[in-house]
Design a binder for this molecule. Structure first.
Ligand SMILES: [Zn+2]
Ligand SMILES: [Zn+2]
Length: 339
């Protein structure tokens, strides 16, 4: 792929295919160029239903069922704390399904998820008045993990379930890059047009993946007749536009940080280049995926599928031969006994 930067140093990502043993490829913490990570997941989910894995389909169904069963319980004032416990269960359940569908079920092992009333608020960058979610990396007792905190409501009142889902998937996109994106000098250079300014991380690769996942979730909403999901984040991302709030935040962070590297000068063309597999449209408000990204991936999967078929065939033939041989041997033994 043209954008794989420095393949030798980073090694290539494992093969993915929507069937065992290729459906949960290993991802290594802080090891993969962010763009490779984005292309890797987009190629695995930005596709027709018939090409999804059974586990993806099951995760999507489970997600939709939970939303259908539970969305009515949201949006109201809380009289006791019991409903909050159920909402926390929902949050973890939704996280797990999104992890399976979009992130190869690899995020969960690295993430600690906390939901509650007003668990987040203050913006450390002082750009927004209030935050509803946050994702950051924690180092404690030799272990490193990623913490996601999400407000389920404020002032003893629960938010709507769709608002919480919008926040959850936003934070999971941060976590995917935060956990697995390489932070070597090479990958960190010109970060403004990749993951964005340090401690903000709403750069182009965030905005693009966020938008593509949002598009997919809205598709689920239509498929399962869930209006809240079908119009997820409609205010912030009208129609097919990228997140305006996140984009504004990224721009504010650039201004605030007085970024030394001038994004006007270096590689800016990659943002909208037709040769880049996932890029913005020329107006930089929408995302487009080059058809070859998924087409090439599907072709690779077909090769793997054929290979597995051949192996299974050979095994079957070998087993048939073995059965014939032992049957033959048995007949011979029986003959001997008869004698
Ligand atoms: Zn690197
Ligand atoms: Zn964010």
């Amino acid at each position: 792929m043209p954008q794989t930067s420095d393949a030798k140093k980073h090694g290539s990502l494992y093969q993915y295919a929507p069937f065992e043993p290729f459906d949960h490829p290993e991802l290594l913490p802080k090891s993969h160029p962010a763009r490779d990570l984005m292309n890797f997941t987009v190629a695995a989910f930005h596709r027709e239903d018939e090409n999804l894995s059974d586990r993806q389909i099951a995760a999507r169904k489970s997600f939709a069922t939970r939303v259908k069963d539970r969305e009515e319980s949201y949006g109201d004032k809380l009289e006791t704390l019991t409903p909050l416990k159920h909402c926390k269960d929902d949050l973890q359940h939704l996280f797990d399904q999104l992890d399976e569908f979009f992130f190869f079920n690899r995020l969960g092992a690295h993430v600690s998820l906390k939901g509650g009333l007003d668990v987040v608020g203050k913006d450390p960058l002082e750009i927004d008045k209030r935050l509803e979610g946050e994702t950051y990396s924690v180092k404690a007792r030799g272990r490193e993990y990623t913490q996601i905190n999400i407000n389920l409501g404020t002032d003893a009142k629960l938010y709507e379930m769709s608002a919480i889902i919008g926040q959850l998937m936003h934070e999971m996109v941060h976590a995917y890059y935060g956990v697995f994106a390489c932070d070597c000098e090479d990958c960190s250079s010109n970060q403004t047009i990749k993951l964005g300014v340090k401690d903000d991380w709403h750069g182009p690769l965030f905005l693009q993946l966020h938008r593509l996942i949002l598009t997919e979730l809205r598709r689920w909403g239509k498929k399962f007749n869930l209006p809240g999901l079908a119009s997820l984040l409609a205010d912030d991302c009208p129609e097919d536009k990228i997140s305006q709030g996140a984009k504004e935040r990224a721009d504010a962070a650039i201004k605030k940080g007085r970024v030394l590297e001038n994004p006007q000068l270096k590689n800016l063309h990659t943002l909208t280049s037709p040769r880049v597999l996932v890029a913005f449209t020329v107006d930089r408000r929408r995302v487009r995926v080059h058809p070859s990204l998924v087409a090439k991936q599907l072709a690779k999967e077909e090769v793997l599928r054929q290979r597995l078929k051949r192996v299974a065939q050979l095994e079957e033939e070998a087993a048939a031969k073995e059965t014939a041989r032992s049957a033959q041997a048995e007949t011979e033994t029986e003959t001997e006994v008869d004698l």
